[in-house]
Design a protein around this ligand. Structure first.
Ligand SMILES: [Zn+2]
Length: 139
């Protein structure tokens, strides 16, 4: 999964995106920094969200080329097991918080386009990149 993410220039990937039906996500917000290792989150659960609900431009390896604004809580606290099976808790904000929420959505079959509020921009962007706006299911 890490290899797929890096070779696609992504900063996050969820197992269902590569056909693996497991509750696993990998994240590396700073792929150019070897001293900051990637995060592996197994069976992640959101403990709490806080802060403002703010917009962020998101993209997804499953919908290449499409970038749209999605509103999510600024801070998320998540518990999970790491790649060694150890229980962990992480409080994330800003980009990392967004990526965690985006990737966890994949585990529930939700894509970021399902959360876009600006329906006109959504349709235009999807059509521009030859995706079907009908495939989007609002959450
Ligand atoms: Zn995605």
């Amino acid at each position: 999964m890490l290899q797929t993410m890096y070779s696609a220039d992504g900063i996050g990937l969820a197992a269902p995106q590569v056909g693996v039906h497991k509750q696993v996500i990998v994240i590396d917000c700073e792929p150019d920094k070897p001293e900051a290792p990637p995060l592996v989150l197994i069976n992640p659960t959101i403990k709490s969200t806080s802060g403002e609900v703010s917009p962020f431009q998101e993209g997804c390896l499953s919908i290449p080329g499409v970038y749209l604004e999605v509103k999510r809580p600024e801070v998320v606290e998540v518990s999970y097991r790491d790649e060694y099976g150890r229980p962990q808790t992480l409080k994330a904000k800003e980009l990392l918080s967004t990526v965690i929420q985006h990737e966890m959505d994949h585990l529930n079959g939700v894509l970021f386009v399902d959360r876009v509020e600006n329906k006109l921009a959504l349709t235009e962007e999807l059509v521009k990149h030859k995706f079907s706006p009908k495939a989007v299911k609002a959450v």
